[in-house]
Design a protein around this ligand. Sequence first.
Ligand code: PLP
Length: 428
Amino acid sequence: MSFAQPSGLSGPSPVWHPFTQHALAPEPPVVVRGRGAWLETAEGGRILDAISSWWVITHGHCHPRIVEAIRAQAGQLDQVIFAGHTHPAAEALARRLVHAAPEGLDHVFFSDSGSTSVEVALKMAAGFWRHSGAARTRILALEHGYHGDTIGTMSAGARGIYNEAYAPFLFEVTRLPFPEPGREGETLAALEAACREAPAALVLEPLVLGAGGMRMYPPWVLSEMAALCARNGVLLIADEVMTGFGRTGTLFACTQAGVVPDILCLSKGLTGGSLPLAATLCRREIFDAHYSADRTRTFFHSSSFTANPIACAAALANLDIWDAEDVAGRVAALGALQEERLAPFRDDRRFRHVRRLGTITALDLAVEDAGYLAGIGPRLAALFRERGLLLRPLGNTIYVLPPYCVTAEELDLVYAAIAEAADLAGAP
Ligand SMILES: *Cc1c(COP(=O)(O)O)cnc(C)c1O
């Protein structure tokens, strides 16, 4: 494929990159190819994708089965309006998602990003209570949570430098303290107290808070929170946008806690990370509350590319891979590999909170200057770039979240650089 520029179209790039301070950021590498756990640049360099290109790639870049499914669907039907129309890929995918998800989630609403899957979930919850005739509108959320970058999902997420400028546009939520080890009781007590105000829903990331610093909490806390919600009629929205499709060791994180949420949000790994697609699954009662001869009860949400056929075909190929290949075995083996690599760091005093959940590891550099804008950030980024690694620390938190095809030798490269990073930081 050629992307040659017509003459006269040279000069500085007009591209505005996400989460990038253009006044400080170095020139970005130009990535032209992806294979397995590797990215290749225009200059012929290789980058090991140790964060799965922002947590989306599951099996590896350009898995042949997914590439072939995209090719076939693109030649058949590229796009069709999804209001009043349907197509075979969406129908098949919806059935397979209902089958794969925790039992009791019977309806599937498609959108196109993690943020929109959570927006849809919040609107479903709001619609459910309105059409049930109950004045429940308050949303509960976990401290340090992240649910996306739209106005609604920023409202539910943690407040910080990344949304300070938009604070006047955000709605209030009731925030529960994060269940720190040994202080889980405080979270549960706060939830119990909040339930007395008859809130609409609790939205949370099950077992691990991603953008909030890869903070992990045990399944029993999730079970207890779900039980409190059920007892008080509060809808539980599980944001599995990052945790879904094997990340935490099981297909979905909720199942480790035996929890069936009322609403389940999926995106990132849904297409194996190849194309943008999202799905919000819900219980029958939520669909039924909108089911009426009264048109005002319609679920008023859509995006132009809802259930795009090519993206649905990629998601079906992803589910085929789970069925045809031993992905569960690969995920378990990667978890064990990650644990082995992490072991030497567990009693290294230069790191704190050395932790793992499924295929994800994380460790905090023991530096004074923590937080998202920590001065150490750019230096770490430079070191990892020099070593040919795609790692993107969250402040002083370094995490490794690789595609499931990564090998032991490739992980060795990653952890060698992490050891170097500690020297660089001059941590105690
Ligand atoms: C990434 C993420 C989102 C947002 O997904 P986008 O596709 O970036 O909009 C929402 N929730 C969680 C838990 C995420 O990790």
